[in-house]
Design a protein around this ligand. Sequence first.
Ligand code: XUL
Length: 525
Amino acid sequence: MLYLGLDAGTQSLTALVIEIRGEVRRVVFSHTLNYDRDLPEYGTAAGVHADAGGQVVTAPPLMWADALDRMMGVIAAAAELEVERIRAIAGSAQQHGGVYLNHRARETLDTLDPGTALAPQARMIFSRHESPVWLDASTTMQCREIDAAMGGASVTRAVTGSPAGERFTGPQIRKFHQEQPIAYDATGRIHVVSSFLASLLAGKDAPIDPGDGSGMNLMDLRANQWSAAALDATAPGLAAKLPAIGDSWDIAGTLAPYWQKRYALPAARVVTWSGDNPCSLVGTGVIRPGIAAVSLGTSDTVFACTTAPGGGAPHVFRSPTGDFMSMACFRNGSLAREWVRFEHHLDWDAVAKLLEKQPGNDGYVMLPWLEAETTPYVRHAGVRRFGFDRFDTPRNVRGLIEGQMMAIANHSAGVVNEPIEKVIATGGAAANRAILQVMANVFGVDVYRLDVENSAALGAALRAYHADRLAAGEPVSWKTVVSGFTDPNPGYRVSPNPKHVAIYEELRREYAVLERLHQDRHPIC
Ligand code: XUL
């Protein structure tokens, strides 16, 4: 059997096909379309349109539909794939973005002509031609209004899993209703990116899964239903505009006639899509509590699977396994690492050499907030140095990486919600063993590097497999689903050095105190 996972990320759309046949479990196909490079007519930079101040950040939903159409064409033409063996398709998409469809959209999508490409036919279905995406930061006023109507940010968080956040779909809907009331009234359906693309494939309204639903500030996190209070706090008449919430493993439908006829694709099951973070949970094999997954990318993220909503986590989503997913994002990731390397004219080998030395316990610490930070919330950008100056190369390099790792470790206590057994590290910077060694020493547990290129696309393909078997009456456990795909290579294990662990234990406490003292202050140097 073949299972197709699609990941509609911010900058690109990836397709990944896995084969599961007896003992054979392998990735047989992978292809990426980059929006800027492969669909230049939409004029995006890094997949988005941003205003001069970088506050308003959007992308054309037509581009996502167009990319899906082209990708299905690429898959159909791939010589290495026997496409008729594709049993099910699931997807992952960037979270939070809303897709606003007009009242005619349904009819248009029901009657797509397989003789013509999707984009010219879908051009007229939107009541908003630019979708706000997760990088948008223009809804602070709406967030305050929603939190106030809910009874405070802590209530919004308790009900929906997160306090009202600028990038979340609900505050974005409220802004649209306030600024463009006529277009809001002309909106028949508001999807998120994931459910929009699933709807295109199924040829009917696909549900929103609880994983992505919890990125909207609109869903009751425990009930997996729209929260009447959150909907009322957001915009009038919203309930009628939202699709249903379905389980992540629900079958949304069968691949619509448009795709079957246009590309000679089979009548595969279309599984409900989810967000990229919930899909990554599956794609990294983090399907049980006690594991911290740390992704070291443009921004750094730590997430975990928990059986109850994590008390101290900045965000709690539902996981596509039916559990919960707690998460914290750190804005100062790879850009800050690159910055310190350039400032001190070092290559990565030189950085590694500096990191390999025993950590100092002489009180030097850096708060690595080159940019305003999300975890903890820091408004005033600028690194803070304690016990050294900007010319001290070894301490600047160590201070930054150690500061990042200590922040991730300290904040993961509220995310993982129980003792951490091991850390799974992914993302570009996880290739650097010296960084992982610092991570292992700071966390005090083994760190495993996972070599999965696109964990969200893999997670989607694995979800397709899981949902297909369930629908066929032959359910497979999540452990079986991920086995053979997400097992970390034992050769990539990095174990902590007990001497360094003891030093970092102390330093982590000091770091937490400094973080609390300085998060609201301007940098001093
Ligand atoms: C998560 C978030 C991002 C996007 C990226 O809350 O905003 O990780 O999902 O695609």
